[in-house]
Design a protein around this ligand. Structure first.
Ligand SMILES: C[S@@+](CC[C@H](N)C(=O)[O-])C[C@H]1O[C@@H](n2cnc3c(N)ncnc32)[C@H](O)[C@@H]1O
Length: 133
């Protein structure tokens, strides 16, 4: 299992939180620039990364995520719904963005929680359950 982030401090935090877990590794990767070095993955999870990526770079994100996946890989995308839009509009935009490489098989509501006070640090989101084409 590989965890990625383009921020070295985030990777350092993850390594400190999960020392000595067999088969778990972390790698500094800008997913808008390239796929992780090692392996292609059968299961992928994004919790809160894509919605921080500038719109113009999102097609690059999708291309590199697809490059990291084996055909048929499962990809669960947890994406924050911004205050200026609706869940339906967000889902439509994500289906259009991701559809070149992934088939959306299910959409559910999601709550994205940060590390802070759960009563304040929660955001509405959507979960897209996808498979790699
Ligand atoms: C909202 S945080 C979520 C962090 C973590 N996934 C979690 O659930 O707690 C978004 C993370 O995405 C990372 N990120 C943003 N753009 C990225 C990119 N292009 N490549 C890799 N990581 C990125 C940020 O550094 C940040 O750590």
């Amino acid at each position: 299992m590989t965890g990625i982030d383009f921020a070295q401090p985030a990777i350092a935090t993850a390594e400190a939180a999960h020392p000595d877990v067999r088969g778990l590794r972390f790698e500094v990767v800008d997913i808008c620039r390239r796929a992780p070095d090692e392996g292609r993955f059968g299961v992928m999870l994004d919790r809160g990364c894509l919605h921080t990526v500038p719109a113009g770079l999102r097609p690059d994100y999708v291309r590199n995520a697809a490059a990291a996946a084996v055909p048929g890989a499962r990809f669960l995308l947890l994406f924050r719904v911004g205050p200026e839009t609706t869940k339906d509009a967000t889902v439509r935009a994500l289906e259009s963005l991701c559809g070149v490489a992934f088939e959306v098989v299910r959409v559910t509501d999601a709550v994205l929680a940060g590390d802070g006070d759960a009563s304040r640090d929660q955001h509405r989101g959507v979960a897209l359950w996808m498979t790699c084409r």
